[in-house]
Design a protein around this ligand. Structure first.
Ligand code: PLP
Length: 429
């Protein structure tokens, strides 16, 4: 690691808990000090020491067009010149709502917030307010932000640090959260037989990315839709990662399922702090000032954030080939990684949906959190250091996704595979 990054990290650790403003960034799980980033462009990051990295974190998903995309930067700059915030409605918010409703099939009405955490927290409150019920069902390894009710068996960040639940979350609140195995419909049926009439909502990452990528088995999401309808519970798709990522209309479009509520974030802000939750009009009208469920935000719908997000969405709307191209690039990358691992005599499991994928160092199929945790973390650690040293920046945890952007070209992907070959070889025997 460069000298300047090392110095900054030392100083940061005295001023900020762990030196970071989001835990996984500190690199504890991989035993590596984090490079401090100075700038980014396309698929590259540069750290404060001038090292260049091919970036597969993409700010944990948002940068689907690549970094510093000219139209996005222009839009942000133009709007900033007109003032940074008014705390009053703007036309940009109407445009944003229209774009979301047009692109995400089940969303008829939407409210903007400032993060994915706010989106899921608000959707849960809405579900409870609308149904008059308190319990929610989530799935082990699915992360829905850090709101109290949802911080139970919550995947990567929590998994990485082996925190069993979280101190500070009142037991009386956690009690209302039932956590079940992903892809296990039988467990859901059993839980609903027992608690169904008290369950406000089932919340799920339709394509989990926070225990590493896991693919929903055929019938699982359909089953959740059926069961929630049967018990008059709401189905919430947390598409903060999968929205505008696995297809233009997210996982709900890809798998043809219509949830009652959808949470969005990441790509929708184009790298600015944005989240949103939306769904059926009948349900959304429960929100204040139309209804009694309260939720608010001083900076919600912020003009700069809307401009950056909208410019990103406009590119996705305009470039009708983007998902086909992302699929091809990702196919090239992950098939190359698999070949490279096999060449080094390593067994790996690769899970991928579109341009999000993960490598697990295990022989067994990874279909839920329990199987994801079978992955050999020591191997990942070595692989990670090897990649970072060669200038490939991956999420610093074995339970995260790689994201491919429109800016990753075949040359960069080829370089990545060559780096992976060397990195795999160093831990092969
Ligand atoms: C990132 C993420 C969140 C939380 O979003 P923040 O903007 O980090 O608060 C919620 N749900 C899912 C599925 C996510 O990946």
């Amino acid at each position: 690691m460069g000298e300047k990054s090392r110095e900054l990290f030392q100083k940061a650790k005295e001023l900020i808990p762990g030196g970071v403003n989001s835990p996984v960034r500190a690199g504890k799980a991989v035993g590596v000090n984090p490079p401090f980033i100075d700038r980014a462009e396309g698929c590259f990051l540069w750290d404060v020491d001038g090292n260049r990295y091919i970036d597969y974190v993409c700010s944990w998903g948002p940068m689907i067009l690549g970094h510093a995309f000219p139209e996005v930067i222009d839009a942000v700059r133009q709007v900033a010149l007109k003032g940074t915030s008014y705390g009053a409605p703007t036309g940009l918010e109407v445009e944003m709502a229209q774009a979301i409703i047009e692109m995400v099939p089940s969303v008829e009405m939407v409210r903007m917030v400032n993060s994915g955490t706010e989106a899921t927290m608000s959707a849960i409150r809405l579900a409870r307010g609308f149904t008059g019920r308190e319990k929610i069902i989530k799935f082990e390894g699915c992360y829905h932000g850090h709101a109290d009710s949802l911080l139970v068996s919550a995947g990567s960040g929590v998994a990485t640090f082996a925190i069993p639940g979280c101190p500070g979350v009142p037991a009386a609140l956690a009690e209302h959260t039932i956590s079940l195995g992903f892809n296990n419909l039988a467990e859901v049926r059993k839980a609903m037989e027992k608690w169904g009439s008290d369950v406000a909502a089932i919340i799920v990452e339709p394509v989990p990315g926070n225990m590493g990528v896991v693919v929903p088995e055929g019938g699982f999401l359909e089953g959740l839709r059926e069961i929630t309808l049967k018990y008059d519970s709401l189905l919430i798709f947390d598409e903060v990662i999968s929205g505008f990522r696995v297809s233009r209309g997210g996982a709900q479009e890809l798998y043809g399922i219509s949830p009652d509520l959808t949470c969005l974030g990441k790509i929708i802000g184009g790298g600015l702090p944005v989240g949103a939750y939306g769904g059926k009009k009948e349900i959304m009208l429960s929100m204040a000032p139309e209804g009694d469920v309260y939720q608010a935000g001083t900076l919600s719908g912020n003009p700069i954030a809307m401009a950056g997000g909208l410019a990103t969405m406009r590119q996705i709307q305009k470039n009708t080939n983007i998902y086909k191209q992302l699929e091809e690039k990702s196919q090239l990358l992950f098939s190359g990684l698999e070949r490279a691992a096999h060449k080094a005599g390593l067994s790996v499991v690769i899970n991928r949906v579109g341009s999000m994928g993960s490598i697990f160092f295990t022989e067994e199929e990874v279909k839920d959190f329990a199987s994801a945790k079978q992955s050999d973390c020591e191997k990942f650690k070595k692989f990670y250091s090897g990649m970072l040293e060669q200038g490939v920046y991956l999420a610093p945890s074995p339970f995260e996704a790689w994201f491919v952007s429109a800016a990753h070209d075949s040359e960069v992907i080829k370089m990545t595979i060559e780096c992976a070959e060397r990195s795999f070889a160093s831990l092969g025997s």
